[in-house]
Design a protein around this ligand. Structure first.
Ligand SMILES: O=P(O)(O)OC[C@H]1O[C@](O)(CO)[C@@H](O)[C@@H]1O
Ligand SMILES: [Mn+2]
Length: 467
C-alpha cells in the first residue's frame, strides 16, 4: 500500500463499491472514475503543472519580466500545497480575496465561497475532496489552480495548460488536413447538394465532432492524446460504439426552424481545444456554408479549465496556426472561419457559468441571463463529458432513465449532447444495453470508447424564429 493510500484510510469513509443508482458521484466510492480523479489523475496533473513551471521558468521570466521569477516559485509552492490537501483529503477552504481584486473576480470568489457554505449546510460538515460530490470538488480543484496564478502580480492570466493544448493540435495536423480537404469539398458543393445529401452529411459532421471528444487531456492526465489516422475512414468502424444516435432529431429541428423563416440561431458549447475544437468548427462551417444556420454563437471558457478546454486565446491560436501551416486546405479553412467571425455569422462568447461547479438544471436560478440567452437559440449543441455530467446532475442514473428526465428541467431550447463517455453517468440507453456493457466491459463508462449523439427528442419545443 502506498503512503498516500495509508494517509487516506481512517479520514474518509471510503467505500469499496460503485456509486449507487440515483446518487451523485463522489470520489469516496472506490470502484469509480471519481475515485481515480483524486487518487491518480488530479495529483498527476498538478505535478505536471509544477514540472512545466520549473522547466519553462526562463521563458516565463523573459516574457513576464524579472519579478515573475518569484511568482513562479510562489505558484509552485501553492500547487504543491493544493496537491497535499487533496491526497490527505483535507476540508475544502474558501478562496482568498486580495484587496485590489477586480469587481468580477470579487464576485466570482464570493460565489465559490458562498457555495462552500451552502454545501457545508447540505452535508452537515465542511466538504472534503473525497466525501463531497465530485462535480463540485473537481471543478473547485481547477478553480484553485486558477487562484494559484491569480495570487501573483505578473502571472494572473497565465495558462499553465496552453502548451499541452497547442501540442495536442500540432500532433493531430495530419488528421486535420484530411478532414479540412473534405470539408472544403462540401462547402464548394453547397449550391448543388440535395436535402437528402445534406441530412447524410450532417450526420457525418456530428459524428466527427462527437469522436473528436475522445481527445481530451484531463482523462489522460495531460498525456498527449491527439487524433491519428484519417477520421473519415474510421467513422464506419466507430459506428458500433455509438450507443444513441439522434442525428435525425438535429436535422428535424434545424429544417423546421428554417421552414418557419427568419434567422436560424445555433449555440455551441465547446469542450476541448486542439483536434476536438477543429472538428467543432468544421461542423459549424458546414452549418453556415449550407445556410442551415444563419448565426452561430460559440461558447468558450473564461479561464483554463479541465486542462484542455477551449479559451478565447486557444480559439485564436488555432486559427492562426491553421493559417500559418504550409497546407492550402488548412489555410483556406482558417480564412473561411475568420470571415465568419468578421461578418458576425459566428461569435465567440464567454460566460462565467461554464466555469462554475453547478449542474445545468440550476442554470435558470444561478445563471438566469445565460439561460435566457440560450433559449433564444433554435438548437443548442453541448460538447463533451464534463458538460454531460452537468446536464444530468452528475447522477448515476439507471441507464434506461430518459435523457429528458435525467436533465431535470434544464430545457432552454432543443439541445443535443455530443459526448464520448468517460464518467460513471449515462442515461437514455435502450433496456439492458447498459447492463450488457457492464458485463462485457466493466470500464465501458470510463474509456471514452463509446459515444452518444443524444437529443431532447421527447421535448416539445416549437421551432423559434429569431431576427
Ligand atoms: O473533456 P471532457 O470530455 O469534458 O472530459 C473531461 C474528463 O474529465 C473528467 O472529469 C475526469 O476527471 C471526466 O468527466 C472526463 O474524463
Ligand atoms: Mn474538457
Amino acid at each position: 500500500m502506498t503512503e498516500r493510500q495509508n494517509s487516506l484510510e481512517g479520514i474518509t469513509d471510503l467505500q469499496d463499491t460503485v456509486t449507487p443508482f440515483g446518487v451523485q458521484l463522489r470520489a469516496k466510492y472506490k470502484r469509480t472514475g471519481a475515485y481515480s480523479t483524486f487518487n491518480d489523475r488530479v495529483p498527476v496533473i498538478l505535478t505536471r503543472v509544477i514540472d512545466s513551471l520549473s522547466r519553462d521558468k526562463d521563458e516565463i521570466v523573459k516574457k513576464y519580466g524579472k519579478s515573475s521569477s518569484e511568482d513562479v516559485k510562489q505558484v509552485i509552492g501553492y500547487i504543491s500545497k493544493l496537491k497535499n490537501e487533496i491526497v490527505t483529503n483535507k476540508p475544502l477552504i474558501p478562496l482568498i480575496c486580495v484587496p485590489d481584486e477586480s469587481p468580477e473576480d470579487k464576485e466570482n470568489i464570493k460565489m465559490w465561497n458562498d457555495y462552500l457554505e451552502e454545501r457545508t449546510k447540505i452535508e452537515g460538515k465542511v466538504p472534503t475532496w473525497y466525501n463531497t460530490v465530485v462535480l463540485y470538488a473537481e471543478c473547485y480543484s481547477y478553480r484553485r489552480v486558477i487562484e494559484g496564478f491569480k495570487l501573483t502580480k505578473t502571472l494572473r492570466s497565465y495558462d499553465p495548460f496552453a502548451k499541452l493544448k497547442e501540442d495536442s493540435f500540432d500532433g493531430s495536423t495530419a488528421s486535420a488536413i484530411a478532414v479540412a480537404n473534405y470539408t472544403l469539398g462540401q462547402v464548394e458543393r453547397a449550391q448543388q447538394a440535395s436535402s437528402a445529401e445534406l441530412k447524410h452529411e450532417l450526420a457525418k459532421f456530428l459524428r466527427l465532432s462527437l469522436w473528436g471528444n475522445r481527445c481530451d487531456l484531463s482523462l489522460s492526465g495531460g498525456a498527449e492524446n491527439g487524433q491519428i489516422g484519417n477520421p473519415l475512414e474510421l467513422l464506419n468502424a466507430l459506428e458500433k460504439d455509438l450507443l444513441v444516435d439522434d442525428s435525425n432529431f438535429v436535422w428535424d429541428v434545424l429544417t423546421k426552424a428554417q421552414k418557419k423563416g427568419g434567422q436560424v440561431l445555433v449555440d455551441i458549447v465547446l469542450d476541448n481545444a486542439g483536434y476536438e475544437l477543429f472538428t467543432d468548427l468544421r461542423l459549424a462551417t458546414f452549418l453556415t456554408a449550407h445556410n442551415i444556420a444563419n448565426r452561430i454563437r460559440i461558447y468558450v471558457k473564461d479561464s483554463p479549465w479541465f486542462i484542455s478546454d477551449v479559451t478565447t486565446n486557444d480559439f485564436h491560436w488555432m486559427i492562426e496556426r491553421m493559417n500559418g501551416l504550409s497546407n492550402p486546405d488548412l489555410n483556406q479553412l482558417a480564412k473561411l472561419i475568420k470571415g465568419y467571425l468578421e461578418s458576425g455569422a459566428w461569435s465567440i462568447e464567454e460566460d462565467t457559468f461554464w466555469t462554475t461547479p453547478f449542474p445545468f438544471m440550476e442554470m435558470s436560478q444561478r445563471g438566469p441571463t445565460l439561460y435566457a440567452k440560450l433559449s433564444e437559440a433554435n438548437l443548442l449543441i453541448v460538447k463533451g463529458d464534463l458538460n454531460y455530467r452537468k446536464l444530468v446532475g452528475d447522477v448515476n442514473w439507471e441507464y434506461s432513465t430518459s435523457f429528458l428526465e435525467a436533465t431535470e428541467g434544464f430545457l432552454p431550447t432543443n439541445f443535443v449532447s455530443l459526448r464520448s463517455i468517460k464518467s460513471n453517468t449515462c442515461s437514455g440507453l435502450k433496456s439492458e444495453q447498459g447492463q450488457y456493457l457492464d458485463k462485457i466491459d466493466p470500464s465501458w463508462m470510463l474509456s471514452g470508447q463509446y459515444g452518444l449523439i443524444q437529443g431532447t427528442i421527447d421535448a416539445c419545443i416549437c421551432s423559434k424564429t429569431s431576427s
